[in-house]
Ligand binder design. Sequence first.
Ligand SMILES: Nc1ncnc2c1ncn2[C@@H]1O[C@H](COP(=O)(O)OP(=O)(O)OP(=O)(O)O)[C@@H](O)[C@H]1O
Ligand SMILES: [Mg+2]
Length: 294
Amino acid sequence: MYLAYFGLDEPPFRITPDTKFLFFTHQYEAAVDSLRYAIQKQMGFAVMTGEVGTGKTTLTRYLLSTLGDEIETALLINPLLSVPELLQTINRDFGIPGRVLSPQRLIQSLNKYLLDLHAKGRTALVVIDEAQNLSVEALEMIRMLSNLETEQHKLLQIVLVGQPELERKLASHALRQFRQRIAVHVVLKPLSLLEIVRYIHHRLVLAGGKEKVYFDPKSYRLIYRLTSGYPRLINLLCDRTLMAAYAADSKIVTPQLLRRARADLRMEAVVPPVWQFWRRFPWGGAFKERSVCR
Ligand SMILES: Nc1ncnc2c1ncn2[C@@H]1O[C@H](COP(=O)(O)OP(=O)(O)OP(=O)(O)O)[C@@H](O)[C@H]1O
Ligand SMILES: [Mg+2]
């Protein structure tokens, strides 16, 4: 592998949501602050959406790691569940005993647990990642859970994290009641050119590659064009390019090596150049999200 060649301690561009490599931009910081605020102020519902590979899971993991002990969390990462299964999973994650499958009984147990927790001055939080996979029935059930409340507070804080399909689902007429209860909605956007430069540098430094791998300045613009600033695509492209650099016995990442990696990854099909052209115009912004990752 290229690690020894470049003198790196570990791969800088893995595609796992590893918070060790967390890179902060203004928008990431603002997103975490808003979500944390909604949870701590017990506002009920918060939603985070963003295109595939924008960093939702990474940021969610980071957010959870920053919450204090007074917050008890249930994290669901595979919400392709029926309504009773969903309730069962939430109760199990909170450590509520019982094996019943009747939604009514499950909600009763959850309510009792939430009241006990509230009496101790603590907060319960349910986070659902990949929430675009929730059925309309499951979303309706989640809305009902948010009705568990005292006179002053929502007993259960809920954060839904998902791809733009979640926004489209929530925009449907059937979920208008749900929509009205969303206190905070943050949308993650891809990185700008300048942020890409900092992102790559940040990951290289953390992987022990400070001043060991050099990116030709012309490379960044090409990375931006090929990935549209989506972190997962940047990682895929940079990892493959380091491999190509190693094969070519070059310590410098050049546009030529990037093109070679792009061909390996068939990235041309991922980001059609016509969209890149279109995005330069202000009215092309609406297509920005949808032009990538298909
Ligand atoms: N802020 C960030 N700092 C460092 N790395 C990041 C950041 N955001 C995303 N990444 C990297 O990008 C890749 C994709 O991130 P992640 O899995 O969090 O995206 P996602 O939005 O949850 O994607 P999906 O829609 O497929 O679930 C991961 O390798 C992750 O490490
Ligand atoms: Mg994810």
